[in-house]
Design a protein around this ligand. Structure first.
Ligand code: SF4
Length: 305
């Protein structure tokens, strides 16, 4: 039967080794309900296709300025300045530019197209006990599409990880149970007063953990640690406590903040905030806290804690 639904993705990464066990193909879905200021994939936040501009390709020929009659695009201090609020979806600019400086974040794929991509590396998945990961953004926000892609991949005996934040609907989570082998659950903050101001939403990750524990689903708890935001002993204590309290958590993956933003060379809306990269000494203190609070099993940058 032909599948007519499409999903909106901003990236496809083959041979990924950081998004679950083994060698994996990661599908990055566009659209997220959170607004984490440290997000490494800020182009994932909007659920729409978005205009981007590469200044390295731009030779300031002014053709795009003429095209919009100077409305929202100009040259300031020798650089092209674009009002992305105004032109975020003005994709006609892509064809106007002779230097191909404009492009688009976001591409629609059918279930068949993504299945074909995933199946190219099936031998690697089998060899490494890997598979496919649905990530984002928040992949689960495109649930109708996942409900067709997931079972299609399962028919080919492909292992599936689903990357989720704690801010998702239990109804969608329930729908994902039939095709998801492992959940990669982000645990970002412990201090409740930070949720609304930093993430844009108020929620409790425990609700998701309780649900997945009851359903006996495996969870890898992924904890991005951002200096000056959540690198406190209280936060590490809760991480260690969860690892012991929930049998569904197979291990905790500590993800130290890095500033390797994939799209830093482009101009577009939603540029991320830059934080201080943690030092080796800071990371050592995190490990000591986790050990002090008897973490069940954890890794940091691929090394066991
Ligand atoms: S048309 Fe292209 S090369 Fe010319 S100013 Fe605009 S972005 Fe730059």
């Amino acid at each position: 039967m032909t599948n007519l639904k499409t999903g909106l993705l901003f990236d496809v990464q083959r041979f990924s080794i950081h998004d679950g066990p083994g060698i994996r193909t990661t599908f990055f879905f566009k659209g997220c309900s959170l607004r984490c200021p440290w997000c490494h994939n800020p182009e994932s936040i909007s659920a729409k296709e978005q205009l981007k501009h590469d200044p390295k390709r731009c030779d300031l020929c002014k053709k795009c300025i003429d095209f919009v009659q100077g409305d929202g695009i100009s040259i300031v201090d020798g650089k092209l300045k674009i009002d992305f609020q105004k032109h975020e979806e003005n994709f006609a600019l892509i064809d106007v530019c002779p230097s191909k400086a404009y492009g688009k974040f976001g591409q629609r794929y059918s279930v068949d197209e993504l299945s074909t991509i995933a199946l190219k590396d099936k031998d690697y998945y089998t060899y490494s006990q890997g598979g496919v990961t649905f990530s984002g953004g928040e992949a689960i926000n495109q649930m109708d599409f996942l409900c067709e892609l997931g079972p299609t991949l399962k028919n080919h005996e492909i292992h599936i990880c689903l990357d989720i934040s704690g801010f998702i609907s239990l109804k969608n989570l329930e729908r994902s149970l039939e095709f998801t082998d492992i959940y990669l659950l982000d645990y970002k903050l412990t201090n409740k007063s930070d949720f609304k101001s930093l993430l844009g939403q108020d929620f409790d990750c425990k609700v998701i953990l309780d649900f997945l524990e009851e359903k006996q689903k495996e969870v890898i708890l992924r904890c991005p640690i951002i200096p000056s935001i959540n690198d406190t002993e209280d936060h590490f204590k809760v991480i260690a406590d969860y690892s012991k309290q929930y049998s569904c958590i197979s291990y905790v993956d500590i993800l130290p903040y890095h500033n390797l933003i994939k799209r830093e060379n482009f101009n577009y809306i939603n540029k991320p905030q830059i934080y201080t990269v943690p030092s080796a000494t800071q990371k050592e203190s995190w490990i000591l806290w986790l050990k002090k609070h008897h973490i069940k099993k954890g890794i940091i940058e691929g090394e066991s804690i």
